[in-house]
Write a protein that binds this ligand. Structure first.
Ligand SMILES: Cc1cc2nc3c(=O)[nH]c(=O)nc-3n(C[C@H](O)[C@H](O)[C@H](O)COP(=O)(O)OP(=O)(O)OC[C@H]3O[C@@H](n4cnc5c(N)ncnc54)[C@H](O)[C@@H]3O)c2cc1C
Length: 443
C-alpha cells in the first residue's frame, strides 16, 4: 500500500508497525492457522511499543492519536501477512475501548483503560446472539439487577478472542422485550445495557462457558459461543446508564434516528460503532494489497508457454483492475477516517494530525459520516475479496496450495463482508438513509 497522502507521523506509525510485524511473517500466520493455534504473540509486542492505546488519552498510557492513525496501523498489520486474523487478535482492544472512554466515569476509566493499553488485559466485544443475529434490538441475554450486581444469563455467538480475553464489552437486556416494546423503537432500544464484564472470573467460577466454533478461515484466532449462567457483574462495571447500552454502541454514529413510534428500528440501524467500520475497512485494504503483491510477483516469475504469465493481458488486467479498486477504496477509507477525527474524534484532546477543529457536529454531518463509514466498509471489503480471489486464480494450482498464502487470504476476505455488519445491511442503510427509500414497517 502506498503512503501517498499520509502525514509524516502516519508514515512513522506505518514503519513502526511494519518493524513489529516483520517478527511474524506469513509463515507464522500460516502455521497457526493450519494448527488452529491461537496467535497471541503480536498483541503484547504492539502493546509494549504503545500501539494498543493508539487512540487513548496519554494520561492512561495511550498515544492520543485519531482513528486515522489506528486505521493505518490495522492496514499495515493485515498487509504484513497477518491478514484479518492477525488484526482480530488486537482490534477489539483498539475500538471497544472507545465506549469505555466516552461513557465511563473517570474512576472507571482509571480502572479499565491502563491494563488494556498496557496489554495486561484483553477485551472482546459481545453483541451477536444466535436468535437475533443482525437484529440487535431483539437480543435476549438478560442482566437482572439484584442489589449491587447484575446476574447475567443467556448466550452470545461468534465472539472473537473470548478465550484469551479477561474482559468483555457485553450488551445485555435489563428490561424484557415485551410485545409492546417490540413495536416501539424507543422502548426496545431502552432495554439494553452495556457492561464491562470480568469474564475471566466467570470462566474460573463456571458461570461463563466459552466454546470455540470451527470455522473456514482465521483459525489462528478463536471465535466462540459464550454461555452465561447467573454470571455476576458488579453494577460498578456498568458502562453509562442502565438502558443506554444500545445508544452507547451506536455512539460512533452519534445518532439514533428519531422515527415515528409506528416504525420499528429496522436492523439497518444496528450500525455498531463507525470506528469499528473504519478499522475493518483498513484491514480489508491491507489484506487486498497483500494478495495483489503475491499475485503480481508470481505473475512476473511463473513462466508458461515460454514467457512469464504476467505478460498475458488476461492475467495483467484483472490485477490492474484490483489495484484501481483498492486505490479507490484507500482514498475513501482515509478520507472517512479523517472526517471521523474532525467531527467526532476519539479523545477531545486528540493530537491526530487530521483533527483540526472541535465543534459540535450537525445531525446532517453525522448522517453523512455514518453513510460514508458504511460505504468505505462496503467498498474496501468487496475490493479486498476480488483481489484475493484474483490472486488465487493468478497462481493457478499453486493458488490453491497453502504454501503461497493466497488461499488463506481468500478465506479471511469473507469476514469483512459479513461482520460486524453484512454488505446487505449496509446497502439497506444506504438505500434508506441516503437514497430515501422507505422505512421497513412491521405489519
Ligand atoms: C469471523 C467472525 C467474527 C465475529 N466476531 C464477532 C465479535 O467479536 N462480536 C460480535 O458480537 N459478533 C461477532 N461476529 C458476528 C457478526 O457480527 C455477525 O455474524 C454479523 O453481524 C451477521 O449476523 P448473523 O451471522 O447473525 O446473520 P443474520 O442476521 O442471521 O443474517 C443472515 C444473512 O441474512 C442477511 N439479512 C438479514 N436481514 C436482512 C435484511 N433485512 N435485508 C437484507 N439482508 C438481510 C444478512 O445480510 C446475512 O447475509 C463475528 C462473525 C464472524 C463471522
Amino acid at each position: 500500500m502506498s503512503t501517498t497522502g499520509l502525514t509524516q507521523s502516519q508514515i512513522d506509525i506505518r514503519e513502526g508497525v511494519q518493524k513489529i510485524c516483520a517478527q511474524f511473517p506469513d509463515e507464522y500466520w500460516a502455521e497457526k492457522d493450519s494448527k488452529g493455534e491461537y496467535a497471541g504473540d503480536l498483541h503484547p509486542e504492539l502493546a509494549k511499543a504503545g500501539y494498543i492505546g493508539i487512540c487513548m488519552p496519554q494520561e492512561y498510557g495511550g498515544a492520543d492519536l485519531g482513528i486515522s492513525e489506528a486505521a493505518i496501523m490495522m492496514a499495515t498489520i493485515a498487509e504484513s501477512g497477518a491478514g484479518i486474523a492477525g488484526c482480530q487478535t488486537v482490534h477489539a482492544n483498539v475500538y471497544a475501548t472507545i465506549p469505555l472512554l466516552k461513557f465511563c466515569t473517570r474512576s472507571q476509566q482509571a480502572r479499565f483503560l491502563p491494563p488494556l493499553i498496557s496489554g495486561e488485559e484483553r477485551t472482546c466485544f459481545g453483541v451477536t446472539e444466535p436468535d437475533s443475529g443482525l437484529d440487535t434490538l431483539r437480543l435476549s441475554t438478560r442482566a437482572e439487577r439484584v442489589g449491587a450486581v447484575y446476574r447475567v444469563s443467556g448466550q452470545k455467538i461468534w465472539i472473537t478472542n473470548a478465550q484469551a480475553s479477561s474482559r468483555m464489552v457485553l450488551l445485555a437486556r435489563t428490561s424484557p422485550l415485551d410485545s409492546q416494546a417490540q413495536s416501539d423503537s424507543k422502548s426496545s432500544s431502552k432495554g439494553l445495557t452495556l457492561l464491562y464484564a470480568d469474564i475471566a472470573r466467570g470462566k474460573r467460577e463456571g458461570s461463563v462457558e466459552v466454546r470455540p466454533i470451527e470455522k473456514m478461515g482465521g483459525r489462528s484466532v478463536d471465535a466462540n459461543q459464550v454461555f452465561f449462567d447467573n454470571f455476576e457483574v458488579p453494577v460498578s462495571d456498568r458502562v453509562g446508564d442502565e438502558g443506554d447500552g444500545f445508544k452507547i454502541i451506536l455512539h460512533g454514529m452519534k445518532y439514533v434516528p428519531s422515527l415515528p413510534s409506528s416504525y420499528h428500528i429496522h436492523p439497518l440501524t444496528q450500525i455498531q460503532n463507525s470506528a469499528e467500520r473504519i478499522l475493518l475497512s483498513a484491514e480489508s485494504l491491507g489484506l487486498g494489497y497483500a494478495a495483489l503483491k503475491r499475485a503480481s510477483s508470481y505473475a512476473s516469475t511463473r513462466v508458461v508457454f515460454g514467457r512469464p504469465i504476467g505478460q498475458n493481458q488476461g492475467i495483467q488486467h484483472p490485477l490492474a483492475r484490483s489495484w484501481c479498486e483498492l486505490e479507490a477504496a484507500r482514498a475513501l477509507v482515509l478520507g472517512v477516517a479523517r472526517r471521523f477525527d474532525e467531527l467526532v474524534g476519539v479523545t477531545s484532546s486528540s493530537s491526530s494530525p487530521s483533527v483540526q477543529t472541535k465543534r459540535k457536529p450537525t445531525k446532517e454531518e453525522l448522517i453523512e459520516l455514518g453513510a460514508s463509514c458504511n460505504a468505505a466498509k462496503y467498498v474496501a471489503a468487496e475490493a479486498a475479496f476480488r483481489a484475493c480471489e484474483q490472486a488465487v486464480m493468478t497462481l493457478g494450482g499453486m493458488g490453491y496450495a497453502k504454501e503461497y498464502h493466497v488461499e488463506r487470504y481468500l478465506r479471511e476476505s469473507f469476514v469483512p463482508r459479513i461482520a460486524p455488519v453484512s454488505r446487505e445491511m449496509i446497502l439497506n442503510f444506504i438505500g434508506q438513509k441516503v437514497l430515501g427509500c422507505t422505512y421497513y414497517r412491521i405489519s
